[in-house]
Design a protein around this ligand. Sequence first.
Ligand SMILES: Cc1cc2nc3c(=O)[nH]c(=O)nc-3n(C[C@H](O)[C@H](O)[C@H](O)COP(=O)(O)OP(=O)(O)OC[C@H]3O[C@@H](n4cnc5c(N)ncnc54)[C@H](O)[C@@H]3O)c2cc1C
Length: 465
Amino acid sequence: MADHPVLRYLSPGAWSLIEPLISQRAKGLLTSLVEFLENDVLPSEKLFHAQIPSHPPEARWASIPPVMERLKHRAKGLGLWNLWLSGGDFQGMAGGEGGGLTNLEYAVMAEIMGHSAILAPQATNCSAPDTGNMEVLARYGTPQQKERYLIPLLKGDIRSSFSMTEYGVASSDATNLRNTTALPDDSGNLSVKGHKWWITGAGDPRNVIHIVLAVTDPKNPSPHKRHSLVLVDPRAKGVKIVRPLTVFGYDDAPEGHCEVIYDGVKIDVENGVVGGTAGLGKGFEIIQARLGPGRLHHCMRTIGIANRALDILLQRVSDPNRKTFGKYLKEHGTVVADIAHSRAEIDQARLLVLAAARRVDVAGAKGAMQDIGMAKFTVPSMALKVVDRAMQVHGAEGLSEDTPLAYYYGSLRTLKYADGPDEVHIQQVGKNELKRAEKLKERTEMIKQKSDSLLKEAGKLKAKL
Ligand SMILES: Cc1cc2nc3c(=O)[nH]c(=O)nc-3n(C[C@H](O)[C@H](O)[C@H](O)COP(=O)(O)OP(=O)(O)OC[C@H]3O[C@@H](n4cnc5c(N)ncnc54)[C@H](O)[C@@H]3O)c2cc1C
């Protein structure tokens, strides 16, 4: 399939490398996805934003743009639904509701979705934080929890939040998290108390479930066994959505990133702790399993965002109305260099992401941690550079809301913190790489001995190198 429509988005080199690993079914879905993006999603972007009211401010959080439901309906009809939900044992856990694709196949699809990063992932039920939350419930939820939350999430009927970061606490070190507790009250139930912030999706009127990381065993000698994940209905007594936060002024309504207080919310262990009694103390184990693939999904979409920024740049610098000093912008050498660097950097980053996705298929998310870590701290920085170049060729307009570039910049900047700051991943990748040093010494010593004996046999005492 040398002329597959995906080649309008992917470099021919990357496609020829992965094509043998992409099934016929996935190729068909990719064709549908490209058509869906071009015919339905991209043309709906302006309408989506126009359907979110500006006034009064609270109206921004009261309803969902109707065009989104229309897009979801269309995507379902095209079979473009839950594509993120990979095959294997996962299908069984999720009742066969997912796309059943490999992570490599999904990586290409997520990149295509990145071209319309607000609409396409939600329209296909592939958006964060729901995907990670569905994964948690599929892997660790009790049958009742799956029935109550996983099935409606898989159908796209409800939305969810993952509530971990604590107000006033350096949350990138998760062992610090202590201000949210779920401890027994007089009635024997658990009472959830805590103060979180930056909780994505907590403003969404469809949100009926927060998966909250809370201390359930404060005296456990292991700091990694003190926490559990508890399920809180945001409509329950004691939940207060304090305010939506903004990123560079963008509030991401109607989903948002909110400050939330849990003030004595009652839950029982069997229904309210992910996995019931068996899930007590398993908070850390589960968040590790959740965050790995989620980080990679962000990277996949980010490649698409960077590509779209480059597409926007190319059109601006070729616009005859935008000549400076007698030339098209594309005729200035610095602009050509920016284009070349952007192309090369996107294509490099894509290979890293595809390799990480393939590694997840072959070795599981745990076996792919090094690859995911490298992608996590490389891809958003790459995309920020590309978006910055695209903003620059737009002059002042590049910083306004007349193009999507400023929004992209803000949301990509977020990815240097979200799911853990880059520094933490850089440190981990560096430490893992250092583990090779001892083996390298052994290999170098073995080569030296052979080299010495070759010199000796040849009667030579010295060599230049
Ligand atoms: C738009 C947005 C959406 C978000 N959505 C969610 C969500 O849905 N749910 C949720 O729970 N959280 C969410 N977050 C929060 C995000 O996950 C946290 O901001 C992140 O984990 C960092 O925690 P912190 O802000 O407490 O920073 P801190 O832990 O205070 O860290 C501050 C800085 O310290 C530095 N640092 C930390 N460790 C090291 C190290 N080892 N070496 C060198 N420097 C280091 C880094 O520069 C880091 O940025 C979101 C954040 C944003 C901006």
